[in-house]
Design a protein around this ligand. Structure first.
Ligand code: MLT
Length: 252
């Protein structure tokens, strides 16, 4: 299943893996980061990639994004995962650690869903089947950005979220509900890691980022005060400065 991919720039390959229900466009502000070859797929059924034909697991998404590197003959890359993208980056790290130059975990966590959270996702799936993706957009949009975000930014995020297909949203919800715990993996990730979190993130709060940064042997934690879940959208200058500094620590 070929994915829609944005690709630009020269330098260290960086595979940006977006969150839910978003797409490659959420990284628009990052494509200007110098010294990097940005490779940014849309996950299946989210924006311009075709919906998955079958049930998906988080490792299936990881295989799909590793396939994006294979198609380009890119052997190694920095994996940068935002929220659900972080779950996928960790699955890729388990599957193909030799392909990882560095790891950027953005507003995400390594732990699986609680029983209640998992049940909530299946309730959302039922609502999406009945009423479409607007249910998810209405629920999640207020948590993506802080109340200080400009209206145009909120409208841009809403447009991106609304472009997801119902099949893509349902597949992603089920995959997240069933995802495995990656806690055991973090101490094994020896490449440089950067953990970025918006201090006002309520979806993957600061405590999650602090715990991951402690468990990773070679990690730096960057907290962004003025951001909620989409730190890279809300505070792109601070976010990009952290990534630029991080890329200098990666051997390529
Ligand atoms: C995301 O932004 O990818 C999702 O909010 C992650 C989640 O729901 O666990």
């Amino acid at each position: 299943m070929p994915l829609h991919v944005i690709e630009t720039g020269y330098g260290v390959p960086i595979l940006w893996i977006h969150g839910f229900p978003l797409c490659s466009e959420v990284f628009a502000n990052q494509l200007s980061i110098d010294g990097a070859r940005h490779i940014v797929p849309d996950l299946p059924g989210l924006c311009r990639s075709d919906p998955p034909k079958d049930h998906m697991t988080i490792p299936d998404y990881a295989r799909a994004v590793l396939g994006v590197l294979d198609e380009r003959r890119v052997d190694k890359a920095v994996f940068a995962g935002l929220s659900m993208g972080g779950y996928i980056a960790l699955a890729a790290a388990r599957m193909a650690p030799q392909r990882m130059l560095g790891l950027i975990l953005i507003d995400t966590r390594e732990t699986p869903d609680s029983k209640e959270a998992s049940q909530g996702r299946y309730m959302t799936i039922s609502k999406v089947k009945l009423n479409g993706v607007g249910v998810v957009v209405d629920d999640m949009l207020p948590k993506m950005l802080t109340g200080n975000a400009p209206r145009s930014m909120v409208a841009g995020v809403k447009r991106i979220m609304s472009a997801s297909t119902a099949e893509g949203v349902i597949a992603a919800l089920a995959a997240m509900a069933e995802r495995q715990d990656s806690s055991d993996l973090l101490p094994e990730i020896k490449v440089p890691a950067l953990v970025i979190v918006g201090e006002k993130d309520t979806i993957a709060p600061l405590a999650d980022a602090e715990r991951m940064a402690r468990a990773l042997p070679n990690a730096k934690l960057v907290k962004i005060r003025g951001a909620a879940h989409l730190t890279n959208v809300e505070c792109p200058a601070e976010f990009n400065a952290a990534v630029t500094e991080f890329l200098a620590s990666v051997s390529f």
